[in-house]
Write a protein that binds this ligand. Structure first.
Ligand SMILES: [Zn+2]
Length: 386
């Protein structure tokens, strides 16, 4: 096989696997690649067997190893104005490689795979693991099962997890948690003149939106601030309100779609609990007007926990050493890093390419970034070898 890093990336980009779709094509190719080098690969399929994560260990069964984590799915290209075929890695001789996922985050996967022969040859005294997931782009859905399987499969305990999301190779120690919710309000219909005799779902939805905004403001005013993040507080935002058919008809149905992005010190579950309690009280109050009045909230995506690695944790110094980048920062986007941290591994985000290029038309990764990604992993191999 012996492909160079660009050839590997080209192959990975050629699999047009979007979040939510079957990723078996790309995961089987990666499995075959790893097996060519004698690596034992464990697949972690979903219950239908239509998608699969993958993990493997290179090196001895010893505590203190490093997990390199990435996702195999990408975001859609529909409606985007691409100058080249998004699923054909294109070198325009401007130092960049264009293609969907080149940056987010098949670039990092290619770096990991490229260094495999070096890992095999090295005398690793601590192991390196690869952990590749699916459905990251639609809510980090696969990582929890992948992490459980890693803990079940290996007797030893890996110490660090490096999530190679594009960060221009800067160590990222914090990420907000995110939860996306949907609240349905069931009121009573009627002529608009009867607004005091009926329960308008639209009016109630509007009140709930304002309650959520007040909740956010109360958190900020109570001093719940984390200056590492931009903005430095938890945000609660209603992005969609739907409901009603005409100005003179009381709306019997309305829907709110909203999200919570928490700083690590705030708790998503507590915020939702308080909201639910408020909703229960409203239902009690309004049931005397309309007995069928209801408010129901569901999670559109499972909660993704925040990442809250301390700048003093040893993984920070470790990644700073292998990247030669002695800074750190936080990010606003959601990633699997908080899930790995929750799984008991010191976790950090650090990978090649810029998040500014992710998810857009003409996504690219600079060749220099790809080289830095390779260098980081080679340095990790060196650090973990005799
Ligand atoms: Zn990503």
């Amino acid at each position: 096989m012996d492909l160079n890093v660009e050839e590997i990336l080209k192959k990975l980009v050629s699999f047009p696997v979007l979040g939510g779709e079957s990723n078996l094509s790309i995961i089987y190719w990666i499995k075959e690649y790893l097996e060519y080098y004698g690596v034992v690969v464990k697949l972690v399929p979903n219950s239908e067997g239509t998608k699969s994560s993958l993990h493997c260990r290179i090196g001895p069964s010893t505590d203190g190893g490093v997990i390199l984590s990435g996702h195999t799915d990408v975001v859609p290209v529909k409606g985007q104005n691409w100058d080249s075929d998004p699923f054909l890695l294109t070198d325009k001789n401007d130092g960049k490689l264009y293609g969907r996922g080149s940056c987010d985050m098949k670039g990092f996967l290619a770096c990991c795979l490229y260094v495999i022969p070096t890992m095999i040859k090295a005398n690793l005294i601590k192991p390196i693991y690869l952990a590749f997931s699916y459905d990251e782009e639609i809510g980090c859905l696969a990582a929890p099962d992948l992490i459980i399987d890693i803990k079940k499969t290996y007797n030893e305990k890996p110490k660090y997890a490096i999530i190679g999301e594009p960060s221009l190779m800067q160590p990222i120690i914090g990420q907000k948690g995110i939860c996306v919710l949907r609240t349905s309000v069931n009121g009573s219909a009627g002529h608009s003149s009867r607004i005091r005799q009926e329960v308008s779902a639209v009016h109630e939805a509007a009140r709930l939106a304002l309650w959520l905004e007040s909740k956010m403001n109360a958190l900020v005013e109570s001093g719940s601030i984390d200056e590492r993040f931009h903005p430095p507080h938890t945000s609660i935002h209603v992005g969609v309100i739907e409901g009603g058919i005409a100005p003179n008809v009381i709306a019997d149905k309305a829907i709110l779609r909203w999200d919570i992005r928490v700083i690590p010190k705030d708790n998503t579950a507590e915020i939702i609990q308080e909201f639910e309690e408020h909703c229960r009280n409203r239902v009690e109050e309004l049931k005397s007007i309309f007995p069928g009045f209801e408010i129901n909230t569901i999670e559109e995506h499972p909660n993704v926990p925040p990442l809250d690695t301390s700048a003093e944790d040893s993984i920070v110094a470790f990644v700073q050493k292998v990247t030669k980048n002695h800074t750190w920062d936080t990010v606003a986007y959601a990633a699997e890093a908080g899930q790995f941290a929750l799984g008991g591994f010191e976790s950090i985000i650090c990978g090649p390419g810029s998040i500014a290029q992710a998810h857009r038309a003409n996504e690219f990764i600079a060749k220099s970034e790809l080289a830095k990604g390779v260098k980081m992993i080679e340095s990790i191999v060196e650090k973990l070898s005799i």
